[in-house]
Write a protein that binds this ligand. Structure first.
Ligand SMILES: *Cc1c(COP(=O)(O)O)cnc(C)c1O
Length: 231
């Protein structure tokens, strides 16, 4: 089992490296976030021992148990699920980077709790890049305004953008969405908003992470390719 995880993680890492090399990117700027939702603390521990340094979780309660059980490991925890305002306090306590901030009210709540604990909370802005009615994320056209508003909150630091494009069996079809997120990052950086420089792009999952790397991803979020199918 553990050997299997080492192979799987190394395989994803080496595909990231190869892809980065093939398009002239340094792989040091690309981080593999191992998505461990629904997996036991023991499985996550095995993944850490197999070389996982960044872990992604979707549910606060589930993550709380695992993060506490594995607190001796010097890994980074990423929140990648939908975050409700009433869980903001726990998200600030538990996570190094919150990928899914898409509303000013949520940002205000995160800022409030970060201030209480004397933390500068790193966040990403989730963009609904596919304009899907049921998906979380700020609309592309509203992203700049949201970022401007959040830039005034002293205990939040906006590191970049995140998106979950529509799913296609053919990963090539996600390429335009990754390009759009990259272009939005470039556009917003050109506006030179005080306190804002976007360096991170959280995009790419099991089915399409090599395409995402080609299009500038710095955080690929991979679960299935490492742990197998979720129940
Ligand atoms: C579950 C999840 C992933 C991992 O997806 P896989 O296809 O299993 O790699 C990535 N990002 C988010 C936001 C997720 O919820």
């Amino acid at each position: 089992m553990a050997m299997n995880l080492i192979n799987k993680i190394n395989n994803v890492k080496s595909r990231i490296k190869k892809t980065a090399a093939s398009c002239g990117r340094g792989h040091e700027s690309i981080h593999l976030v191992v998505v461990s939702k629904t997996k036991s603390a023991q499985m996550v521990e095995e993944a850490i021992n197999a070389g996982a340094k960044d872990l992604g979780e979707n549910y606060i309660q589930e993550a709380d148990k695992k993060i506490k059980a594995l607190s001796q490991y010097p890994v980074s925890w990423h929140f990648i699920g939908h975050l409700q305002k009433n869980k903001a306090k726990y998200a600030v306590k538990l996570f190094d980077l919150i990928h899914t901030v898409d509303k000013i009210k949520l940002a205000l709540e995160l800022d409030k709790h970060a201030k209480k604990t004397g933390k500068i909370q790193n966040i990403l802005i989730q963009v609904n890049i596919g304009k899907e009615t049921l998906k979380s994320g700020v609309d592309e056209k509203d992203a700049e305004n949201l970022i401007k508003e959040i830039s005034h909150l002293r205990n939040l630091s906006i590191k970049g953008l995140m998106a979950i494009p529509p799913y296609f069996d053919d990963p090539e079809k996600t390429r335009p969405y990754f390009k759009a997120l990259f272009d939005l990052k470039t556009l917003i950086n050109k506006k030179t908003i005080p306190n804002v420089f976007l360096s991170e792009l959280s995009m790419g999952m099991t089915n399409d992470y090599t395409i995402a790397v080609e299009e500038g991803s710095t955080l690929v979020r991979v679960g299935t390719a490492i742990f197998g199918k979720r129940d």
